[in-house]
Design a protein around this ligand. Structure first.
Ligand code: GLY
Length: 274
């Protein structure tokens, strides 16, 4: 049987010590973050996902942002080498959880890559050149993905942490974009919904099937998305937002085969289904 799996990870007790690039550090309420993460997982479940949640630890304040550590394609999964060195401790558990489901490929030095910089739109893969992701990693991705028919296009982002802070897909043919942070000209062939200018952080939406999981902190852009025809499931993501996280960051979603133990990898995982 084919199921949609959403890999997630616990909020770390040390989340308040997270990496930051563009925001000033403010207190994070870890218990509130945990409650919000449960609501987010509930939204994923409503969208048809089976949740596999990994454990966290004190040494990984950013653990909830699993998207940065691995990117799942139908044919393989790419395990990243995160641009923030302290986050590399998060990698082994994600690799172990994914190896049941996909052949793995690993970004190696001098490449650095955060999954938050990777936007997949059909067979087109856009990779943001950011403070976390470099051109060497883009070249490695191109080699990994070309045999499977994907084109990989490097794009420059400015003013934000990741490419997916600036643009995400809300339909097969439609991108939600903050034009202050990325040029629409590099994203040819799509229709666009622009964020409301009063909501610069509003370009991160998580599309799962027919549902778009979206932060309730961006009501003006939510209105634009609703007018466009998106079916929104609003969530409160205020605590992860303080850590420069958003809704795409907190899961890795992929189709999996539950009948035969996945693709035939070594098996074994430290995740638990919730
Ligand atoms: N706090 C998210 C990151 O910087 O990776």
């Amino acid at each position: 049987m084919r199921v949609l799996v959403a890999l997630t990870r616990d909020i770390s007790p040390s989340m308040a010590s997270c990496e930051l690039t563009h925001l000033a550090r403010v207190p994070i309420d870890v218990e509130r973050a945990r409650a919000q993460h449960r609501e987010y997982e509930q939204a994923l479940t409503e969208a048809g996902c089976r949740i596999e949640r990994l454990a966290s630890g004190l040494d990984m304040p950013d653990s909830v942002f699993v998207e940065d550590i691995a990117i799942a394609f139908d044919e393989l999964a790419i395990v990243t080498r995160p641009g923030a060195e302290p986050r590399r401790v998060e990698v082994p558990a994600l690799a172990q959880a994914l190896e049941r489901h996909r052949p793995l490929r690993f970004i190696v030095p001098p490449g650095t890559l955060d999954g938050g910089d990777v936007l997949i739109a059909g067979r087109r893969v856009f990779v943001g050149l950011s403070t976390r992701t470099n051109a060497d990693a883009v070249a490695q991705m191109r080699q990994m993905l070309a045999p499977h028919g994907y084109t990989v296009c490097a794009v420059t982002v400015r003013g934000c942490l990741h490419l997916k802070s600036a643009v995400t897909a809300v339909a097969d043919d439609t991108l939600l974009v903050n034009p202050q942070w990325i040029g629409k000209d590099v994203l040819s062939g799509f229709r666009f919904v622009e964020v409301d200018p009063a909501e610069p952080m509003a370009a991160n939406a998580l599309r799962v099937g027919d549902l778009v999981i979206y932060p309730d902190a961006c009501p003006r852009t939510a209105e634009r998305l609703a007018r466009h025809g998106s079916t929104l499931r609003l969530v409160d993501a205020s605590e992860v937002a303080k850590a420069e996280g958003a809704v795409t960051c907190c899961s890795v979603i992929f189709e999996a085969n539950t009948d035969h133990g996945g693709h035939g990898g070594r098996g074994g995982t430290n995740s638990r289904t919730v």
